[in-house]
Design a protein around this ligand. Structure first.
Ligand code: F6P
Length: 531
C-alpha cells in the first residue's frame, strides 16, 4: 500500500452524528420553519449556486461531520488526489483526471505526466478543430460532415452529455453508438454519406467487446458503401490509453491518454474528442477551464465552504443516517437530460462497493442507486411516488437561471415547477379537517422530504465543466466518508467473463452448457428458436 500523509483506511466515525440525529436534531419540517435557514446553507462558486437548506442538516450536525472530515485529513486527501498520489490502491495507480484539465503541473512528481498531457491535449484539440470545421483532411482524415463516436460507459456518457448540452452548428452532425445491439449501430449508420462519415473509436483499454465489434461493423459498412480499402483508416480516429491497439486496428489518427485516467473520469481527455469536434477547440478549452476552476476551489476553500464537500456530507447523511437507498437527479433543462445517466456511472461505479482499501467490510452501504430524468416530464411520471410513496427519495434539482433560448414564459413555467416540487416535497399538503378520513389519507402528501437544488447562472462550456467536476469531487469526498476506493471497478469483470462463455454456447450448439440450470435452460430456449 502506497505511503501517504494520511491513513486511507481510517473510518469516518458516525456515532456522534447518529446520537445527535436520534436524540436532538429537529425534523426537516421543523428546521425549515427557521427563516434565517436558507442563507446558512447556500454555497456559491463562480456560476454554481448550491442550496442544501432543504436537507435535514443543522449547524451542529454539520459541525460534527466536518470534525470527522478533519479527522480523516480530508483536505490532505483532496490535495493528494490532485497531486497524483496513488489513491487507486487496488490497481496501483493515481487518478489523474484533474491533471488532464490542469493549467500547470500541480506537483513535481507530475511534471513528466503533465508534459504528456499538454502534448495529448494539443493533438486532440487540433484534430477536433479540424473536424469542427469539416476539414479532417488537414489532419489526415476525411472531411466529415458526420462524426460517430463508438464507445461505451465512460467512453460514451461524458462526451455524449457534453455534445448534447453544447454542440450545434457549424460543427459536424454528432452521433453516438454505445450498445452492441445491432439496432444501435443501424440507427447511427442510417442515412447516406459514408464518404463524409468519421468514426471516433473511444476506448480506454481498446479491448471492450461491444466497442470493437461496433468498430469492425462500421468499417464493413464503409466498404459496403463504396469506400476503398486504402481509404478506410482515414475514416477512423482511435482515442485510448492503449494507443498501440488503436493503431493496430487501423486508424488515421490516435489520441492517447494516461492509463491513470479512469473511464468515468475521462471526458476531459482524448475520450472527449467527439464532443470537442462538435463544439470546437475554444469551447472545449473553456470546459476544461471550468472544471479546473472547481479543482482549485477544492484546494483553496475551507471544507465548510467547499461545494463538493458540503454536498457530499449532506448526501452521505441521507444514505447512512436516514438509510435512503436511492437518489433522484432531475434536470430542469433538456440540455442536461443525460446528466442522470452520466451520474449513474460516476456515483455507482465509483462508490458501489462494500470493502475498504484494506479489504475490510464497510460499516454502512455506500453509493445510493442513482436515477432520474428531466423536469417537468418527471412530474408526470414518477413524482407521485416521490410525494406519497413510503420510500423517501432525496432529489437533486438542477436548473439554469438564464435559459439560453428566447421563450421567457416557457422558462418561467419550468423554473416555477422546479421550485414548487422541492417546496411541496418539503412542506407536504394540508388537508381540510372536514375531509372524509379515507379521502384525506389518499390525498395527503406527508412532506418532510429532502432535496438539493443546484442553480447554474447559465449553461455554457465553463459552467458545465464546473458542474461535472463538482460531481466528481463530491463522489471522491463521499468515497472518503464511505471508506471505499472510488477508482476501481472489479465488479464488472465477472459478467464480462461469463458473457464470453455464453456467447460461445449461443454460437455453437455443441458447446457444453456448464452454467447454472436457469441459464442453461434459457440458452436452450434461444438455441431452439434461433434460425
Ligand atoms: O464498465 C466497465 C468499464 O470499464 C467502464 O469503467 C468504462 O468506462 C467502460 O467499461 C468502457 O471501457 P473502455 O473505455 O476501456 O472501452
Amino acid at each position: 500500500m502506497t505511503q501517504t500523509a494520511f491513513d486511507p483506511t481510517k473510518r469516518f466515525a458516525w456515532q456522534s452524528l447518529r446520537s445527535y440525529a436520534d436524540q436532538e436534531l429537529p425534523s426537516l419540517k421543523q428546521l425549515s420553519a427557521d427563516a434565517a435557514r436558507a442563507g446558512r446553507y447556500e454555497f456559491r462558486h463562480r456560476g454554481l449556486h448550491l442550496d442544501l437548506s432543504k436537507c435535514r442538516i443543522d449547524a451542529e450536525l454539520l459541525g460534527l461531520g466536518l470534525h470527522q472530515l478533519d479527522q480523516l485529513q480530508l483536505s490532505q486527501q483532496m490535495a493528494a488526489l490532485q497531486a497524483g498520489a496513488e489513491l487507486n490502491m487496488s490497481e496501483g495507480r493515481a487518478a489523474l483526471h484533474t491533471l488532464v484539465r490542469a493549467e500547470r503541473a500541480p506537483h513535481e512528481r507530475l511534471r513528466e505526466a503533465f508534459s504528456d498531457v499538454l502534448e495529448q491535449r494539443e493533438r486532440m484539440l487540433t484534430i477536433a478543430q479540424a473536424l469542427f470545421e469539416h476539414a479532417g483532411s488537414r489532419v489526415g482524415l476525411v472531411d466529415a460532415d458526420r462524426v460517430i463516436n463508438i464507445g461505451i460507459g465512460g467512453s460514451d456518457l461524458g462526451p455524449r452529455l457534453v455534445a448534447d448540452a453544447l454542440a450545434g452548428e457549424p460543427g459536424p452532425e454528432l452521433r453516438f453508438v454505445a450498445n452492441v445491439d445491432g439496432h444501435a449501430l443501424d440507427q447511427a449508420l442510417s442515412g447516406p454519406r459514408a464518404a463524409r462519415t468519421l468514426f471516433v473509436v473511444s476506448s480506454k483499454t481498446f479491448g471492450t467487446r461491444e466497442t470493437l465489434l461496433n468498430a469492425l461493423s462500421a468499417r464493413q459498412w464503409l466498404r459496403d458503401n463504396g469506400v476503398a480499402e486504402e481509404q478506410l483508416s482515414r475514416h477512423f480516429v482511435g482515442c485510448s490509453a492503449n494507443p498501440e491497439a488503436a493503431a493496430k486496428f487501423g486508424v488515421g489518427a490516435v489520441v492517447a491518454f494516461n492509463e491513470s485516467v479512469g473511464g468515468r473520469y475521462s471526458l476531459w481527455s482524448g475520450v472527449g474528442l467527439a464532443a470537442a469536434a462538435g463544439i470546437g477547440r475554444d469551447a472545449f478549452q473553456q470546459l476544461l477551464a471550468g472544471a479546473a476552476a472547481m479543482d482549485e476551489h477544492c484546494l483553496q476553500a475551507p471544507l465548510s465552504r467547499c461545494l463538493p464537500v458540503m454536498a457530499a456530507l449532506a448526501h452521505c447523511m441521507d444514505r447512512v443516517l436516514w438509510s435512503y437507498p436511492t437518489r433522484a437527479v432531475v434536470a430542469y433543462d433538456e440540455r442536461l437530460g443525460l446528466l442522470p445517466d452520466f451520474l449513474q456511472q460516476l456515483e455507482m461505479e465509483s462508490n458501489g462497493k462494500a470493502v475498504d482499501h484494506a479489504g475490510q467490510s464497510l460499516d454502512h452501504p455506500a453509493a445510493a442507486v442513482i436515477w432520474g430524468g428531466t423536469g417537468t416530464a418527471g412530474q408526470h411520471a414518477y413524482f407521485q411516488s416521490l410525494h406519497q410513496g413510503l420510500d423517501v427519495v432525496p432529489v437533486d434539482f438542477l436548473g439554469c437561471i438564464r435559459p439560453g433560448h428566447q421563450r421567457p414564459e416557457h422558462h418561467r413555467v419550468l423554473l416555477a415547477n422546479m421550485l414548487a416540487q422541492s417546496a411541496a416535497l418539503l412542506q407536504g399538503s394540508k388537508i381540510d379537517p372536514d375531509t372524509d378520513p379515507a379521502l384525506a389519507a389518499a390525498r395527503l402528501c406527508p412532506g418532510g422530504r429532502p432535496s438539493t437544488t443546484l442553480l447554474l447562472e447559465r449553461l455554457d462550456p465553463a459552467s458545465l465543466g464546473a458542474l461535472l467536476a463538482f460531481y466528481e469531487h463530491k463522489v471522491f469526498v463521499q468515497s472518503r466518508i464511505f471508506g471505499n476506493n472510488p477508482f476501481d471497478q472489479w465488479g464488472v469483470e465477472l459478467g464480462k467473463k461469463i458473457a464470453g462463455g455464453v456467447e460461445q454456447a449461443l454460437s455453437s450448439h455443441d458447446h457444453p452448457l456448464d452454467f447454472d440450470p436457469s441459464t442453461n435452460a434459457l440458452i436452450r430456449r434461444i438455441r431452439a428458436l434461433s434460425n
